[in-house]
Write a protein that binds this ligand. Structure first.
Ligand code: PMP
Length: 402
């Protein structure tokens, strides 16, 4: 699919340190197609205006485009527009649910379950809530290959469980968790489930009705839109019953010193002037990937994963960390006792961008008894040739560092 697709991404066509850029840091943030870049430019050149309250032409246009983006997101997730809340990203989505649903429903003695391989943003807000309420955070253990141990999860579930929060796909290892089964079992004990969709949305079709998740958060910047925008999906009846998150303009129906009434969904959770061009860019990005086709994207990325896994494994001394049966296009690895950062620096000298470190998953690194990994993560605009270039550069770097 590649040469025509790559032409949509201007940033890919540059040299770094005298070599053609190989961008393998897509799990941290993805690059933006011209459609998204132009949408942001058009917003500022043609109709920049505050939304929802203006009678004038520009305000109407901006409102229309922003609300169109909400419709696109709703359709993409198979949700209703009332269930789609614009937030800053996955981190804010988790914090919003912890501070509203959590504050309202979790009490002393209750339990919240996460997995051992969550991103810090899907751990710390729940820890804060537990501290505040006298509740306990329980942790689903994982295997050495990076899969949750389902029987152990079942043992953790009880009538004390109020919330289960788990990533659909691990950013550090690429594991695709069996979230549908996780959700089904949590519901049997009356718990609600938050799905961290940050790594899932760029790679696969996510249908919230089919999953039956109660909440789902994701970040625009990982799904080819701008930064600082994301989505919290919540089931309407849960969102209706939750207290607001932040107070301010937009989230109210009326304000007086005698008391304030809150706005209807989804505005109840959208205080203040939002990230207007970010929201618009998210709608454009989702339309863009839908035009290519998520099935096609998933199949091609799987091909890159298989090819990359094979090629990387051939490098002497290289060990892939995270070998789950179901994986997205992420290869985490270590080479002998070389520090990941040193490899990252040498690859950068060859124009290759990978990520090194704990990937915001320190508890996972503790479990695996490592400090961190090198991580190459692929998007649909990457190629097998780039994998070959990287493998050759790795071999050279290893020689220098050994
Ligand atoms: N969860 C996962 C699985 C992630 O990969 C990330 C980003 N690395 C986050 C949460 C946090 O996303 P953001 O920083 O965009 O809020």
């Amino acid at each position: 699919m590649n040469s025509s697709i790559r032409a949509h991404f201007p940033i890919l066509h540059q040299n770094v340190n005298g070599k053609p850029l190989v961008y393998f840091d897509n799990a941290a943030t993805s690059q933006k197609p011209l459609a998204v870049i132009n949408a942001i430019k058009d917003y500022y050149e043609q109709y920049n205006s505050n939304i929802h309250r203006g009678a004038h032409h520009l305000a109407q246009l901006a409102t229309e485009k922003y609300e169109d983006a909400r419709k696109t997101v709703a359709q993409h997730l198979n949700a209703s527009e009332r269930e789609i809340n614009f937030v800053r990203g996955t981190t804010e989505a988790v914090n919003l649910v912890a501070s509203t649903y959590g504050r309202q429903n979790v009490k002393a003695g209750d339990e919240i379950i996460v997995s051992e391989m969550e991103h810090h943003s899907n751990i710390v807000p729940w820890q804060m809530l537990c501290e505040d309420k006298g509740a306990t955070l329980r942790v689903i253990p994982i295997t050495d290959s990076g899969e949750i141990i389902f029987e152990e999860y079942l043992k953790l579930l009880s009538e004390k469980t109020k919330i289960v929060s788990i990533a659909y796909i691990s950013n550090a290892l690429g594991t695709i968790h069996p979230v549908k089964e996780v959700i089904r079992e949590a519901h049997k004990v009356g718990a609600v489930v938050f799905i961290d969709g940050a790594q899932a949305l760029p790679h696969k079709k996510v249908d919230v009705k089919d999953l039956d998740c109660d909440f789902l958060g994701f970040s625009g910047h990982k799904v080819f839109a701008g930064t600082g925008i994301g989505i919290l999906y919540g089931k309407e009846k849960l969102l209706e019953a939750m207290p607001p998150y932040m107070g301010g303009g937009e989230m109210i129906k009326s304000v007086s010193f005698a008391g304030t009434t809150y706005n209807d969904l989804p505005y109840k959770f959208e205080a203040g002037t939002p990230h207007i061009e970010g929201g618009i860019s998210l709608g454009v990005a989702l339309n863009y990937i839908n035009e290519i086709g998520l099935d096609k994207i998933a199949a091609y990325e799987d091909e890159l994963l298989q090819y990359g896994t094979h090629k990387f494994s051939e490098v002497e001394g290289l060990r892939i960390v995270g070998t789950a049966k179901e994986k997205a296009s992420v290869i985490s690895f270590l080479v002998n006792d070389i520090h990941p950062y040193d490899l990252g620096v040498l690859l950068n000298q060859q124009g290759i961008a990978i990520r090194t470190g704990h990937h915001c998953c320190q508890p996972l690194m503790d479990r695996l008894k490592i400090e961190g990994t090198c991580r190459a993560s692929f998007a649909f605009y990457n190629t097998k040739e780039e994998i070959d270039v990287t493998v050759n550069a790795l071999k050279r770097a290893i020689k220098v560092l050994s």
